[in-house]
Design a protein around this ligand. Sequence first.
Ligand SMILES: [Fe+2]
Length: 576
Amino acid sequence: MIILGINAFHADASAAIFVDGKLIAAIEEERFRRVKHWAGFPELAIQFCVQEAGISYQDINYFAIGRDTKAKFFKKLLYVAKNPFGNLSAIKDRLVNHKKVATIEKQLASLSGLKESDFNTKVINVEHHRSHLASAFFASPFKKAACLSIDGSGDFSTTMTAVGNDNNIEVLKSVDFPHSLGIFYTAFTQLLGFPNYGDEYKVMGMAPYGEPKYLEKLNDVIHLTDDGLFKLNLKYFRKGTSGVINYGEDHIPIVAPMFSNYSATQFGNPRKKDEPLLQYHKDMAASVQRMTELVIFHILNHLHKKTGLDAVCIAGGVAQNSVANGKITSNTPFKHVYIPSAGHDAGISFGAALYVQHQLEKLERQKAIYTAYTGSHFDNDEIIEMLTSKGIAFARLQDEALYEEVTNCLINGGVVGWMMGKAEFGPRALGGRSIIADPRRTDAKELLNAKIKRRESFRPFAPSILKEYVKEYFEIDEPVPFMEKVFPIKKEKQSIIPAVTHVDGTGRLQSVDKEVSPKYYNLIDAFRKKTGVPILLNTSFNENEPIVNRPEEALNCFLRTQMDMLVMENIIVKRN
Ligand SMILES: [Fe+2]
């Protein structure tokens, strides 16, 4: 059975393909288009998936589209009727969206060269949050688990709880738009001066520089309810029903301001781009982060009570909050947490396909998915051809010589672009498309920001650590394959790895498994043998663009910045 999952006309458009239960490929369209969060029809991602599976379009049994415009249709109508502001634009938005989803079949037909009528029995629409839930539970190692999907909004819901049992997910409760933890976080992200789609992680990075002094005030903005969910106090939020996120002709998602004038009178006008970050902003960030954690723990505590299970699977935009994720086992009775590599909306394609595979087709559950390496890949010959055509000098080394050369460069203060094997699915670089540095350097953050990243000074860099050493360096020992959790670093270790220790003594780790990432593992192990430290600083291989995908993009990034060395498979390019 072949299932192609699609996230189309939505932020982080993507495609994923499963053949006889096995994940073959999954990739975001932005990697090909070179536009962050690209939100149109993921034609190139679909072509890539079909090619990787070595099949033709006729072989595909299901197109699983992670959106159902008919979901909660009457609730949507009722909401529009009750909220007169923005009615016209709301209706227009929904019509446009409905039309776009309807054209997915047309687009697939033209892409494949098949007649549209041939798709009639093959297209399944899977509601947004069910896609998120499936992306977590069906990829997890658990036979039974509590499940939570939580984001800004999708198909008119913002939160959904469920219980997963073998190849079935039973939905328990949901929260409807506009009551949304994602919208709460986004509104304050905007007030703090970060207006772009996906900027929420900046508030999370800034929070440890402040104190949660305004938690009391936020109690009036979001209320925990007795049913284990929450409600927003809507006077703090923009009224109206038009789309929270709009997409222009360029397919870049634009977030509408989510806060109300009342909110600005209570919390101050939005900080302008060039205005300084004051202690007030940092304290607000800390308060918003803390409140978000409290809401998540409240939902999970209730979910635990209801299900009595000790494992939980989480997805949705809010599941990208790695700081909250890292605190779940110490603040709720849950003992095991699984979050997929693409917990955000790119994972909708992957989840919709899994939903069809298990929930509808009742295929047997497969091994848990601990790899994010499902994207583009290039061999040594292709890389050599590209470099030769551009007249770039290079060396080709065997694996052991390569690790030797790279670790020497790192120890001598070098910053290395590392492109190895398949690209990662999801927002994190995990040793497939990473920039790496020595975590022991006190000046690494400044060095990286000066040489390559030019990003806000409050944002931390992350550690990739050999799995076996997590308990030696961190207070919590859980698998973190996708950098989806932040843990406290042991006090005595913090000064050993200052470059990856955040101001509050935490680190957003990736626990590197030899089975999953053999070459990245061996590189870190080579570094360990020389330095005694089983850790590398790992940041995504890009410079204000989507993570590099092709060797040409890696080379361009290397040439544009002041990286010291570029590694692509067994090929090394050094700066002269
Ligand atoms: Fe979502």
